[in-house]
Design a protein around this ligand. Sequence first.
Ligand code: GDP
Length: 688
Amino acid sequence: MGKTRVYKLATELGISNKELISELVSLGYPVKNRMSTVDIDEVFKIRETIIAKLKEAEKKDIKPKPATQISETVAVEPKPHPDKAVETETVLKETTAETEEALEVIEIRENITLKEFAEKTKCTPNELMKSLIKKGVMATINSPIDERIAKVSEHIFKKSFKFIPLEADEIFDDILEEEENADDYVPRPPVVTIMGHVDHGKTTLLDAIRESKITEKEAGGITQHIGAYEISHEKGPVVFLDTPGHEAFTAMRARGAQVTDIVILVVAADDGLMPQTIEAIHHARAGNVPIVVAINKIDKPNVNIEKIKKDLTEHDLAPEEWGGQTIFAEVSAKNKIGLDNLMEMILLQTEIMELKGNPKVKGRGTIIESKLDKRRGAVATLIVQKGVLKNGDSFVAGSTYGKIRALLNDKGTKIKNAEISSPVEIIGLSSVPAAGDSFIVVNNEKEARHIATARQQKLKETFLKRSVTRITLEDLRNQIDEGKIEELNVVIKADVDGSVQAISDSLLKIGSDEVRIKIIHSSVGGVTESDVLLAEASNAVIIGFHVRPTEQAATLAGNEKVEMKLYSVIYDVINDFKAALEGLLKPRLVEKRLGRVEVRQVISIPRAGVVCGSYVLDGNIKRNSDARLVRDSVVIYEGKIASLRRFKDDVKEVQSGFECGVVLENFQDIKQGDIIETYYFEEIARKL
Ligand code: GDP
């Protein structure tokens, strides 16, 4: 059974400990001092009894209390039931009306606490609580002032309070716009994400850095996986996000969260710059995050570090010794060589950036990982970005909320406070927030719940309205005219490097004074989820030339309303973009997908040609419909379905889940595993 301390109850009731103890003793509770406890279940009864006694005493008490400036001449009955509320309020209105003119009007906003309210009315919180209790209103020092308390207080203070209810968003803005003092800012540790091509050693490097420190400090210690960890170096701590790769980085950005201060670009010395190395550079750049290069695997024979530096220079990452500004470190994650130097280089970059944070404001951070734990309920890891988090803090995280019941560091140790940049696991959430959600400490749990509910509602609304915020070619001109955009970000994916170059060059030429076309990423290959995330995070349009999106990428783009334009003629790309810039897009032909068919067997039949023994994965396939053949996301053929059969019969249509024989018009270079997409065009008028 839960218990509460006498002093807490006394504060809540607004009477002294001594008074409460004597009351409790007279009621038969065995309490001795302020630290004695009473069962929670009894508290209700005690409250009622004491309130009744206080009121009784008040009736007999005819002497006013000059010291407190509190007038208690108007007795207001408690509000025992909502039905009675109207009645009470009418009485209140009538009584106040008489003295209205004499009353001073003070504006009070919903959600200021009783303490703040007391300050406004120039009395002590204790006096105010006591007076409120006498009027039958229970309030503690941290209670938010609601309309009822405001009304009752009018009679206590003989003042008129104009109660201004707040929208959840306003409360939130208040918190977000908390005044800050520039002098309060202090240096803070950097938060680092490791990126680079697959197999270049990202995971090994993360592990090596972590192990090198753990074994030193706590032999045999196991770190918890909480999504991030902190390493202490003699020159200062560094926080590493545990999810390497640009997907995680950009997914967070797509959600509006910027957690990473520095990107470590891992390049394997024996492999050099690879497609994902370049992709990582583009992702980091799109997020405006500086890059520190870590050349890894220097233990390997036949490595050419100079060549890597030269290649990186072409991507504007020139080392300092060559007159550039990029910090380089050479390491071997496997043999743990150069790790200390890498840490120093990170801290050097931190110094250059003068990373600072304000510990004196309300706690704030970003969720980087969350899960539902069988034992502990909803658990989340966050990086603190402002203030100091403390046990007991009420908070809003995305559209969920809670009260911090425990703070754990990356070693799984319970801590009291979490400071800026620390990764910390928290327990006490009402449900699981999403990675990238903002975490904000608010005044109390009620406020937290209020904001979270309002946010849920808002989230639903914005989800429905989302299309308007994304950039589309159709709407481009309007957005330029409204001054909403000055740069049109594009991601270009094509089947060969020549096309990537040709499209990039032509697009860069068609930009105007009003709007510049900015290519934030371009590479060879199909459109991936990572491309869509990047486009989403940077509000970009994706151009696919002779390539297709993967299923996941297409779904993500659809859900997030990211515009993806697929072309097979360069002239069309340029024309479309020109027309969009000028606001002259013709009615567009929108491709509507019919279905997807997988080639499972390739059969050569004399005279009939090559027949694809196929299976309809989704949608359907129709005879004579338009079709394209896709191999590894690259379009190999575009044309028509020449013949369609089920067993020996010609059929008009085959639905998903069935097998069929397909012949493509004038095309025979088919391989097992190829995908046939069928589609038709629908004309959509341009909206103004
Ligand atoms: P990731 O895909 O970038 O996370 O790469 P991993 O960390 O999984 O490493 C890929 C492979 O490279 C593994 O077999 C590692 O053991 C190896 N590797 C990583 N770092 C080094 C290194 O410094 N030297 C050598 N020789 N091998 C390494």
